[in-house]
Write a protein that binds this ligand. Structure first.
Ligand SMILES: [Zn+2]
Ligand SMILES: [Zn+2]
Length: 253
């Protein structure tokens, strides 16, 4: 670890601690826009609450392409050959949802993360009607975890676990390789970039079980798919993907 990286990590943690203290002192604010919070029990203000939309129907749950007959139908490219059996998403990744993800992930705004987790938890019974035995967050590479100080997928998975009663195994998966930021790659190269990048720590923890991989944002689904593949290889009976926000991709012709 370089001295610069270590100092960066310390500075990041100090900034987050200051942020948390400031939040304690300030009146409650909307995690979406920073304005006054909503009515009691609702952290988002009314305008942000209206802006947060469920992913529209007609989106392939596998890759997010807007092309299918209904929300539960995989597109032809995703049908067959994919390890995930179902996909659940809290909200569409746009507007306030995008702001919430950024505040949560890059500013450690836990109130924003809480709103995202709540939306996802609310969608699970309908999106995964047969239920699940275990929630497993997409793991961060050690280096990324040191820089950020927390794994955003693990925070969401724990919150969804508390809301739904489905147990959460934060360390069930590990990253065996550091992968380039997928946002920098074209969609068709992402699957190859993350293939084999995940492994199950103890096959006994997932064998024969219905396991849901949890992440913050689902784009092409390449990362979640690689996790589901590792879980199936370790004997998982069924795998689902639960993402707080879903990017809707334009239909490619
Ligand atoms: Zn707001
Ligand atoms: Zn698809």
């Amino acid at each position: 670890v370089s001295v610069a990286a270590a100092l960066h990590g310390v500075a990041g943690r100090a900034a987050r601690l200051l942020g948390a203290l400031r939040d304690l002192a300030a009146p409650p604010s909307c995690p979406g826009c920073g304005g006054p919070a909503g009515a009691a029990g609702q952290e988002l203000c009314a305008a942000c609450g209206r802006d947060l939309a469920e992913p529209a129907h007609g989106i392939c749950p596998g890759c997010g392409v807007a092309a299918t007959a209904d929300a539960s139908t995989f597109c032809p490219a995703c049908r067959g050959g994919c390890a995930r059996d179902a996909v659940a998403c809290g909200v569409a990744y746009s507007g306030v949802a995008r702001d919430l993800v950024h505040r949560f992930k890059y500013c450690a705004d836990l109130a924003a993360g809480r709103v995202l987790a709540q939306r996802l938890a609310r969608r699970l019974p309908e999106a995964l009607p047969c239920g699940a035995d275990l929630l497993v967050p997409v793991p961060l590479h050690r280096r990324r975890l040191r820089e950020r100080g927390f794994n955003q997928a693990a925070v969401i998975a724990r919150a969804v676990s508390r809301a739904t009663g489905i147990p959460c195994a934060v360390d069930a998966l590990r990253r065996t390789a550091s992968t380039p930021p997928l946002a920098d790659l074209p969609p068709e190269e992402r699957a190859r970039a993350v293939r084999g990048a995940f492994a199950v720590r103890r096959a006994g923890a997932v064998a024969g079980r219905r396991v849901v991989v949890v992440d913050d944002v689902l784009t092409t689904g390449a990362t979640a798919e690689a996790c589901c593949r590792a879980l199936k290889d370790a004997g998982a009976a069924w795998t689902g993907v639960a993402a707080a926000a879903r990017v809707i991709l334009p239909l490619r012709r």
